[in-house]
Design a protein around this ligand. Sequence first.
Ligand code: LUZ
Ligand code: MOS
Length: 751
Amino acid sequence: MKQNDIFFHGRGETLFTDDLDGFAGLLHAAVLSSSVARGRLTGLDVEAARQKPGVRAVFVAADIPGENQIGGIIADEPLLAEHEVHYVGQPLALVVADTPRQARQALAGFRVDIEEQPPVLDPRQAAAQGLLIAPARTFALGDVEKAWPACALVVEGRVDSGGQEHLYLETQAAVAVPGEKGTLRVISATQSPALVQRTIARVLGLTMSQVGVEVFRLGGAFGGKEDQATAWAVLAALAARALRRPVKLVLSRQEDMRLTGKRHPYSSDFRIGLDGSGRILAYEVTYYQNAGAAADLSTAVLERTLFHATNSYRIANVRARGISCRTNLPPFTAFRGFGAPQAMFVLEAAIFQAAEKMGVAPAVLQEKNLLDEGDEFPYGQKVKNCRARRCWQEAVAAFDLQAARERVRAYNAAHPLSKKGLALMPVCFGISFTTAHLNQASALVHVYTDGSVSVSSGAVEMGQGVNSKVLLVAARTLGVPLGRLRMESTCTRRVANASPTAASTGADLNARAAELACAEIRSRLLKVAATVLSLASAAALDIRQGTVFNDGQKTGLNWEQLVNAAYMARVSLSAQAHFAPPGLYFDRGREKGEPFAYHVFGTALAEVTVDCLRGTCTVDAVRAVHDAGNSLNPLVDRGQAEGGIVQGIGWMTLEELVYSDKGRLLSDTLSTYKIPDIRTAPADIDVRFLKDAPNPAAVLNSKAVGEPPFMYGIGAYFALLDALRALRPLHPLPFSAPLTHEKILGWLEEK
Ligand code: LUZ
Ligand code: MOS
């Protein structure tokens, strides 16, 4: 069964949204978007486009029957522009034609008049002009002002990090199919079917019950389909409803790169103070978040930045300020790590610079300041089951830091024009949606009379393996072999009001909901078994691997017979269950609370080599000791960790978004935007899971795995700085990611 699944996928038989056919009368849509970053929309002439071959209809803002609004947290984002444009790539109109090619060709027929205004692209400039998405926020612990005079060393600086294109293999896609009585069925490549459903209802003036949204699987998402799959599904729905025909909208790769939001670029100022022994006494930081032209998820992302200001370290006095700045770029959005990587990069840059001033290795300061049990985060929560030091020490031992240091030293002494460097990167990442109410999930389980089982949950499978985890927990709870279970698509008509599959919580929340539903069915079945076996009570009964056991002894009753007996006794073989982890809250007035169910810990060691003539570099190895709890699926978790590491390295060293001064994305192809591939990924990625590390706060003692490993990639940046240092001991280093080959070459040539 499992093997068949793998072959199925490996043969390319897996169907993604664009592969679905069989929709009679299917039409295809394409999006007209703004080529100007900021201006007044004074004219939009659609007549010529409407006359183009194959065109069936054109839609503009005035054709929207409900609210022209898709903003989730803040209502600041029209579906189609009305009077103003705010970024290059902002949707202006939709054209629907018989073929995708005809729809795209018709885009040339539109005449668009925009009175151009100078765009604001830089978050600091936006902040200076008061262009904010929301009021600034400050997290504070202790008193930094009192702490500065006590510091033996204070270092200040500026740190920048760039955005990142998600580059999911499957581009944004949706098919909308009209049904009877104004209903719609929408198949959408989204991480959040309930959000798509709610937004379609809002924009089309329908009830949510009239709109069914279904997801089979995604070809990757990485956060890029948490909020930003919505617009395309709504546009397809708008056309399908008006034309009473199925409509498909799939972005091309280049459209996707140009039109959709990416990881938030940040520019930050920090000040860090230490005592003579290297203990960090105070840390002050201001984050200027480039939010782009609409809020999207920016306020939530910024909140997670603030939650991770101190990463894996205990700092007694902290003031962290976050400013979400409105600029004329496509709205930046969720991306694996969700603001935390940006925060961690700033603190690591601060520690690196403090270490240089003190004449010690950064690792000395890192280790000295690691979190210990009971330490308080600036948001008021105290760390429980803290494994920061344990991961660090196991990494240092397992990967022999001393030997690695000696290797680097000896290499550098022998190679005048090539330098190696290394860095450690500890990570502490909070698990839960920071928006407390999103921490809920449900599941629906049907057992059929032949004993086969169908499981639906609110989780969206996007290659992260959540379905395998939900099924594993369901199979164990029911006591039947995995092969009897089938994971269904994610559909709003079966599982309502699901939170996005995001924040690394997919398995934690949904597997637990499935566990509760299966436990309910199991307890009903055990009562039936007691009756069948003529026992007074079900207390000694158990179901394991499809057989009923009594007091540890096999009975003659198997799963199929039991299920059939339950049916004949008119006992329900279906259950729905809801799970909400207890105790999570956050008071945004005081900026204090208990936002996370637990934290994930780990430490990575990165090793790099820089060619000091060419400026090229390789990340040779990233080795990590990672806390996966009792992993539900070690193969899946290893894949997540390895993929996260490579994606993190990409963000730090390779992937560079370049915009023109008019706000047009110049790096909008795969020849100009480089992501890690098999040749640039480290030859040696070694992820070891912490042993004997159960997590009482999640299902079957597991831990979430999706996002935390991404941040190990930050180690690659500081390993590069370590290598550059070996060449030029005094020359100022760059603290502006990504540190591309081009930037390294520039640094090598600086006078
Ligand atoms: N999405 C969200 C997320 O809405 N809230 C979060 O806290 C979060 N964290 C990570 C990724 N997506
Ligand atoms: Mo569904 S949205 O079960 O067709």
